[in-house]
Write a protein that binds this ligand. Structure first.
Ligand code: XMP
Length: 531
């Protein structure tokens, strides 16, 4: 296994991810672990991460001496390279001026790490790499025994190696995707240089995660808020695998779910997995509190508040130990790594709130429960792979995101049961057709080719004609977008034939809707959801 020592970089988890992609097991630990810890860990290789910008002033951050004595390959990245240089007798020139960004690095000599790995060659035949670099502080003199491995005009020592000891270091970041060959470099390091087998898979992750959850929780009971979304579903399936009946899922049905969604969640978790699920039908309460409210932010706040109230009331009961239970001590959440970064790691704060999101942060403290977050280190696609490995249906694991406030933000203005019922039926038709309509060029369905697709209910009526009669009914809008990060998005160029079929079916099958429109706005300036 590989030991990653974290000096506080925001992208340390990406190093772990790349190592996992090379099918090698790794663990991240703080940079100041003891020498004994390293000996006991028995790593096959050690990777030293970069560091957060603010700790650059803290030149005292060092790797434990044992790192250099363990006799295994070491890779230093960015700050990790600098500390390697300083600790092994080289020099670093510190500066308060830093540069981030794309760079082209020339690879020197033929180190095992970079040999044969290049993005292009110069006319003189030098191998060049396209990388993501951050420097300011930089290594200015090689430590004894090291040779130059890479350089750029502004960073003459951008990589160094002592191949007799298998020590390698790079100033750039191989773990980020902007470094095109980064994955290949990390793979070369852990597989070829360190000789790790490459037999680690999601299946082994399950075993490790299960063991960890059992150790953490012991014989205590756990509550989990199940929403039917990917993250909470995978967390529930994983925790259930680990502790079975010690887990109780609470599924708050706010009445703003999609067609049959609540039943499908129950069938999967109670029916198939035999997990304890408490379904709380709170739809009447939500509809009552939303009556007469038209302002989107106010609607979001009401839904968020009620959700927390209902969940808390149920959790309090479970904590007190009803239904033959002795009382829960833990609250589990499906927090994944990007959530961790978003809620604390990053320095930037959004200047204005565009939309207030459903937020259940702070609940564990309020409830006096310990927090269990088994997906905290995983990225979304890894969570999906884990879900499949746990036996969840692909349809559930690869579904589009669904916002916490549900149909509440897809019914414009006041939320009414009548509107929700119409919307649910129209939306189900749209999604069914998207799943069924294959793109010839790629063989993929349009559900797979879009990142998010749904129907929006417009509480306005328009005139139509059906048979011999006049209709005066509601309008819906179809929305389908393509995006990689949901921060910006393009409207999807759905085939006309597909749009035609969807509109025909909705108008014929959903009495009460006589007009279907397609939303051709990109984000920005529009947002993905309409409210
Ligand atoms: P917008 O509409 O801001 O949406 O472009 C970006 C993404 O966020 C989702 N979204 C939410 N997700 N709680 C959530 O969990 C919310 O309150 C919420 N509001 C928007 C939206 O569906 C899209 O994927």
């Amino acid at each position: 296994k590989v030991l990653i020592l974290d000096f506080g970089s925001q992208v340390t988890q990406l190093i772990a991810r790349r190592v996992r992609e090379a099918q090698v097991y790794c663990e991240i630990h703080p940079n100041d672990v003891s020498d004994d810890f390293i000996k006991a860990f028995m790593p096959k290789a050690i990777i030293l991460s970069g560091s957060h910008a603010s700790t650059y002033e803290d030149h005292e951050l060092r790797a434990p001496a044992q790192v250099w004595q363990q006799g295994v390959p070491v890779l230093g990245i960015c700050y990790g390279m600098q500390t390697m240089a300083v600790q092994l007798g080289g020099q670093v020139s510190w500066s308060d001026h830093r540069e981030f960004g794309y760079a082209e690095v020339r690879a020197h000599g033929h180190t095992q790490l970079l040999s044969g790995i290049e993005d292009f060659a110069t006319p003189e035949g030098h191998g060049m790499l396209k990388v993501w670099m951050s420097h300011g502080d930089k290594v200015s003199a090689l430590p004894p025994g090291f040779k130059l491995m890479a350089s750029t005009p502004s960073c003459p020592i951008a990589g160094m190696a002592d191949e007799s000891r298998h020590f390698y270091a790079v100033q750039f970041h191989p773990e980020v995707t902007h470094t095109l060959k980064g994955e290949a470099m990390l793979r070369r390091f852990v597989r070829d240089i360190a000789g790790c087998q490459g037999d680690w898979q999601m299946g082994s992750y399950i075993d490790e995660a299960v063991a960890k959850i059992r150790e953490q929780v012991g014989d205590e009971e756990v509550i989990l808020g199940l929403s039917g979304g990917v993250d909470s579903s995978v967390a529930a399936a994983l925790i259930h695998r680990a502790i079975g009946d010690q887990l109780t899922c609470v599924f708050v049905d706010h009445g703003l779910l999609r067609l049959n969604e609540g039943d499908a969640v129950m069938e999967m978790f109670e029916g198939k997995l035999h997990a304890h699920v408490v379904r709380v039908d709170a739809s009447e309460l939500f509809l009552k509190e939303l009556a007469g409210v038209t302002d989107p932010e106010q609607k979001r706040k009401i839904i968020g508040r009620l959700f927390v109230d209902v969940f808390k009331a149920e959790a309090e009961k479970l904590k007190a130990g009803d239904r033959g239970h002795k009382g829960a001590k833990w609250l589990a959440q499906g927090t994944i790594y990007p959530d961790v970064v978003e809620s604390g790691g990053t320095k930037t704060k959004k200047a204005t709130t565009i939309k207030s999101h459903h937020n259940v942060g702070g609940l564990p403290e309020q409830l006096g429960l310990k927090l269990l977050e088994p997906l905290r280190e995983l990225f979304k696609d890894e969570v999906r792979a884990l879900g499949v490995a746990l036996g969840l249906p692909a349809e559930m694991v690869y579904r589009h995101p669904f916002p916490g406030p549900g149909l509440g933000v897809r019914i414009l203005g006041e939320v009414k049961k009548e509107y929700a019922d119409l919307l649910r039926r129209a939306d189900a038709i749209f999604i069914e057709e998207l799943r069924g309509w294959k793109d010839e060029a790629t063989g993929k369905s349009w559900y797979e080719l879009t990142s998010q697709a749904f129907t929006v209910f417009l509480p306005v009526k328009s005139v139509g004609v059906m048979g011999d009669g006049r209709t005066y009914d509601y309008v819906v809008a179809l929305r389908a977008v393509q995006t990689s990060d949901f921060m910006t998005a393009d409207w999807a160029e759905l085939p006309y034939g597909l749009l035609k079929k969807v509109s025909g079916r909705i108008i014929n099958e959903v009495r009460g809707i006589n007009r279907v429109t397609y939303d051709v706005s990109s984000k920005p300036p529009a947002t993905i959801e309409w409210e």
